[in-house]
Design a protein around this ligand. Structure first.
Ligand SMILES: NC(=O)c1ccc[n+]([C@@H]2O[C@H](COP(=O)([O-])OP(=O)(O)OC[C@H]3O[C@@H](n4cnc5c(N)ncnc54)[C@H](O)[C@@H]3O)[C@@H](O)[C@H]2O)c1
Ligand SMILES: N[C@H](C(=O)O)[C@H](O)COP(=O)(O)O
Length: 331
């Protein structure tokens, strides 16, 4: 039987992504690993980290076994030689070309899933290309509404997984209140519930929806978004039969006794939910994009320019992302 094929994008060439992809290839993960990257960059990162890598050109043929270190590559050429730790806007189109190739392959069924190493959003913008993240890039390319969810195995302290989804993703904090709309929340909650049922095999997901303001608005005295927007969206989902609770004050939503009651928490913005998730699981948590017509998982960390080229980057999250992608593909 052929192995499930995972597309691996190596991300920012000056970051830790190429080294992590090489480390994953050196593992015994039972998958047909296809990197979409510059082969010379992968070889250079592997050499620097003392990883033995055997690169082969990707020809599309199915494979039934993969030896440690074996990695097929869709060769994508850097615009400028990469130096670890030093960003170069000239390579931004290269980074986006790797994402586009992965998206097209996953969309056509060529890949069972995409697993992405981190990109640097700033340098892509410095190159004059508007870009806020993989999540938004894949959503736009697929023409779908999506939801960013991070999952930390065992992060709920009761042995369960901590899952945090976001109502808004990469935008300035000042723009958050206006970006939270009733229709948007309803769509986000539907995608979250549907994908927890379809992909995570949770028959009736229990969702905690956080408030936006301190103490969930304190009855309207500390903000009205809970009353005007969040509660009506929750009501709509509940009327449709979903187990959605809230708006819950964010400051106490993550205490273990509260978390036990839920399968996922919907935070209103990036830094309301992700610091908790990363505190609980940094290094082995996984970022999953829900709502895409294909599977996409990613690491819980960024480009770590300070570690690039040192061989000291922890590959735990990329391994977890690849394992989750495989599990989701099998299910
Ligand atoms: N999946 C992604 O593409 C992704 C995720 C998060 C951040 N980013 C981007 O990465 C860039 C840098 O972001 P940042 O500095 O806020 O976060 P970062 O995760 O790159 O670094 C934060 C700290 O964590 C450490 N760290 C990160 N990954 C590590 C690993 N695998 N092993 C050991 N230590 C690790 C770094 O050395 C640093 O001290 C930004 O452009 C950001 O947007 C991308
Ligand atoms: N919000 C993510 C995090 O903090 O880990 C990260 O920026 C990556 O997002 P994309 O997968 O959309 O690039």
């Amino acid at each position: 039987m052929s192995l499930p094929r995972l597309a691996l994008t190596a991300g920012e060439p000056a970051g830790i992504g190429p080294e992590l992809v090489a480390r994953l290839a050196a593992s015994d993960l039972p998958a047909d690993l296809v990197a979409i990257a510059d082969p010379a960059l992968l070889a250079q990162a592997a050499r620097a980290a003392g990883i033995e890598l055997s690169l082969r050109s990707y020809d599309g043929a199915p494979v039934t076994a993969r030896a440690r270190g074996e990695l097929r590559v869709v060769a994508t050429t850097l615009s400028a030689a990469a130096t670890p730790g030093r960003l170069d806007p000239r390579n931004a189109p290269y980074v986006l070309a790797t994402l586009a190739r992965a998206a097209d392959g996953a969309g056509s069924g060529e890949f069972a899933a995409i697993v992405t190493a981190p990109v640097h959003k700033g340098v892509i913008n410095d190159a004059g290309i508007p870009f806020t993240g993989h999540t938004e890039f894949f959503a736009a390319r697929a023409g779908r509404d999506v939801v960013m969810m991070l999952t930390a195995p065992g992060g709920a302290r009761n042995g369960g997984d901590l899952r945090v989804a976001l109502a808004t993703t990469h935008l300035p904090l000042a723009a958050v209140p206006a970006a939270i709309t009733r229709a948007g929340l309803v769509q986000t909650l539907r995608i979250l519930c549907d994908d927890l049922i379809a992909h995570f095999r949770i028959a009736a997901p229990r969702i905690a929806v956080l408030g936006l303001n301190p103490h969930a608005g304190e009855g309207g005295h500390l903000g009205r978004e809970e009353i005007d927007v969040i509660a009506p969206a929750i009501g709509q989902l509940r009327a449709a039969g979903f187990d959605v609770q809230g708006p819950i004050p964010a400051d106490t939503a993550f205490v273990p006794t509260q978390l036990q009651r839920y399968d996922a928490v919907l935070a209103m913005y990036h830094d309301q939910g992700l610091p908790v998730l990363k505190h609980a699981g940094f290094g082995h948590a996984v970022n999953v994009t829900l709502g895409l017509p294909y599977l996409r998982t990613s690491v819980d960390h960024g480009t770590a320019l300070d570690l690039a080229g040192t061989g000291r980057a922890d590959p735990g999250s990329l391994f977890a992302a690849a394992r989750l992608a495989l599990a989701l593909a099998r299910s």
